[in-house]
Design a protein around this ligand. Sequence first.
Ligand SMILES: Nc1ncnc2c1ncn2[C@@H]1O[C@H](COP(=O)(O)OP(=O)(O)OP(=O)(O)O)[C@@H](O)[C@H]1O
Length: 703
Amino acid sequence: MNAYKRRRNHAPDWQSYYKNGIPQEVIVIEDSASPRLSPALPAYPSHPIQQCFAPAAAAPPSISSPSMNAPLLQPYPFQNPAPSDANPSRPLTNASSHLPHPYNFWLDHNATISNPYAAVAPHPQAHPPPPPPPPSSSFLVSSPNTIPSYPHPPPSYVHLSNLPLHPPAQHQAPPTTHLLRPPVSAVPSPAPANQHFPVSPSQPVLPRISLNSSNPSYPKMQLPPVHRRHKIPSNQYDSPASYPSFFPPHLSPHQSNGSILPANSVTQKPKEQVNYSSIPNSASATQAAVPLSPTLAVWLPMTQSNFQPPPTYTYQPSNITNDPMVVPDPPPPAKLPQPKKRKRNTTASTKKVNCVNVPLVADKLNLNSSVYDDDDGHYKVIPNTNFAERYTVIRLLGHGTFGKVIQCYDQVQGKHVAIKVTRAIPKYREASLIELRVLQTISQNDPTNENKCIELKDYFDYRKHICIVTDLFGWSVFDFLKNNNYIPFPLFHIQSLAHQLFKSVAFLHEIGLVHTDLKPENVLLVSNASKNIRLPYRNYSQKLLNNTEIRLIDFGSATFEDEYHSSVVSTRHYRAPEIILGVGWSYPCDIWSLGCIIVELFTGQALFQTHEDNEHLVMMEKVIGPFNYDSISRAGRSTQRFFRTNGSVKYPLSNTPKKSTSPGITLLLDLLRKIFVYDPAKRITAKEALWHPFFSQALSVNF
Ligand SMILES: Nc1ncnc2c1ncn2[C@@H]1O[C@H](COP(=O)(O)OP(=O)(O)OP(=O)(O)O)[C@@H](O)[C@H]1O
């Protein structure tokens, strides 16, 4: 609700990130002591992964994101030479020489984590967080370097028949529990031999699905099955052609004019067997006995500077292929179609609640309000007191400008619930009526709660406080991050969290709602029960969630697209540029916020840590690229005031404190590239994002 407050000033020691070497095994310690952390965290940022994504000198224009004239996110290891932020004198041409190998962290073989979606512990907030850990000499953050497993070609376009696994001779028993893949039902039926995955008898075959697919808590990844991949609803990003950056430049099927090369015009090199074991690889010694997953088997060699692609990687439009699993593509268009102007009207079946009647619960004691309210109209939380003749107050869960959230015991249903008790002040009471209306609309349109927004269980007016009753959940994602010393989530958890978020937001947008306040604090874990994982190269343990299921909360600022929009929405760090520039906002502002959240899950840090408009814009300029000069010159005076005559953001200002720093943070994901598009009309939608290949890649337990 509160768009204006906050927060966060911490800085992990990125320098000592890998200083003790690469991980070789994971030890799982059940119920071990809290992690030991370092109190001294030097200034952010200086992590090599950030240096990898320095602005490109001459990046090609993005076909699918025309507004990004010069995309600044350059993937490791395909980046153009460019000086890094942290060390401008050092070009990044030879990133692999100073970066740890991204796949050193592929722990397929050694990971011993059994089903991470198993037990659901009692509500975590019933147990106070562990005391602050003792200081340690080093602070290591888990690996944002897992990111370079992306970009990669979607499995259905990759023919691996001739790809040797490395090294077959030393293959050991395939892992059984750690390859996290979508449920069986969501995965395309296996390809015939020698077509998509290595299946020759001399080559080991990794299990394609090893997670218990019947586990209902695992989010259903919406994989585009092979035979349907050209039948997804038509939009900007629904075909292989929409993902040009997916392919390394020399493999791209796209010509510079945007058209797709016909398959037979792609240069075919003589068929050759690539000897991957001869590729210099700092990880080879430790990974010698680790079988590679299909995705890794493709991308590990590609990360080497001397990699020569075997001809089997060549993209072929499927009308030429003999693969019976692939439906022929339509003939390639001469020019990629311009993205259509997308209209996201609410569907005809959307039920919009227009009137909320809040039942009154009488106060039998008829006390003076000063007994139960403080001076600000907040309800005083006193444990073990009666609340609304039905609940017993247990404890305070959280509070904001608009009120408090209290854990209560429901004597009728015999279970714990969360009650949001709004301040007894007219404007906050009105705001909570808006939230109630939104929650009712959500319930009516998703009665079985498939879309993981918080469910309204009850509501009433008690002692002049509007009260909203919901199920009780665990920590917010932000609280978990904080309690894990801001150690980033592993990539396979980020995949799951991001997929659920996009699904919830796609649903909200479908019914005509913009959330407007998406942030890690408003994403609750159903349970924050976790394991303590101790990595041998760290001298402390870290938490690994047992279950990544989440619920989206705080619909206090949610706005129907066709109704009044306040001029400023969103919490600062997650605020989209169109809101700052005052040029009008809609659904895409949620997508921007989701992008910021995803980066935060990757890094443990808010992407745009600022409290000032110009500084915020200059940070965006640094991370994403220059704003569009034409649209600035067409914008009104109030927008133009942020820019110089050449279109760059005015910064620093005369009153900017000297020590104010720029974030220097950039992270590359193709998905983020499509999210962080200045023009909201060209930004990827939540529905489109659900089809993004990031969500269909199989990820291993990876730190
Ligand atoms: N159902 C729930 N289960 C457990 N904790 C909850 C629940 N709902 C809310 N909380 C806790 O209360 C906090 C505040 O909730 P919420 O964001 O809905 O209130 P708010 O007044 O709008 O807060 P803000 O002003 O910070 O946006 C959450 O961050 C979360 O920690």
